[in-house]
Design a protein. Sequence first.
Length: 285
Amino acid sequence: MTKTKTVSKMQEAELPGLEAELDPKPEWQPRYPGSGRLDRKVAIVTGGDSGIGRAVAVLFAREGANVVISYLEEDEDAQATAEMVEEEGGKAVIIAGDIGERDHCREVIDLAIRKFGQIDILVNNAGEQHPDKDITDISDKQLKRTFQTNVYGMFYMVQAAMPHLKPGAAIINCTSVTMYKGADELLDYSATKGAITAFTRSLSQNLVEKGIRVNGVAPGPIWTPLNPFGGASEEKLEHFGESTPMGRPGQPNEVAPCFLFLACEDSSYMSGQVLHPNGGVIVGS
């Protein structure tokens, strides 16, 4: 495991939170044996330290990939995820920093090339959210910050990766069920997820002639550090996931297989599409 760090400490209130402190712990463990679907592939997973990103990184490793784990500054979680990747037989590199900064995204890509010599899969998973019951409570700082992380970060990562992506490469963007059905306390977050879906569909058309597939995953309520560490109000958190037809929140390892499917040759005839692991909520595609 190699670690690179390029970020100064931020206030805890601005962080997505530590999975190491979450109780109960999210379920990240892959649910089935690997079958070599990502042998000799190199994947970058943003927000790979915990939650969905952790589950994706570990599942990719089980399927034969080496993984670059990009995260903000949750060192303990990132190191634990890297160890999990290596237990699955993959090589892991972790790098801390803000994907909302173009220069850092270039550093992530440069690290992947230095360590592994190639990039086959880019998973744009990192995101942040802040609940507000009244639109007038959303500060200018928060609005800019949410878009900078959730939208600008994806543009920056793709722009930095493009010189290294070859035919057969896959880009997978994490959008959200909130893009389709809305969320009364997540106005800015939901708006970014709408932008991500539009970006996914447009980028898929832009890159199809290059042989690069672009798809998305739109999770429903998933038990990760994002919500209990400030991403949801206490009222919403008390009944988190209960409104889904399945009546419960999902687990990260119930979402990761969607990313695997879109990363490997099983989805070779799919681009511009979005998968919906959301507990049974019916939404428009």
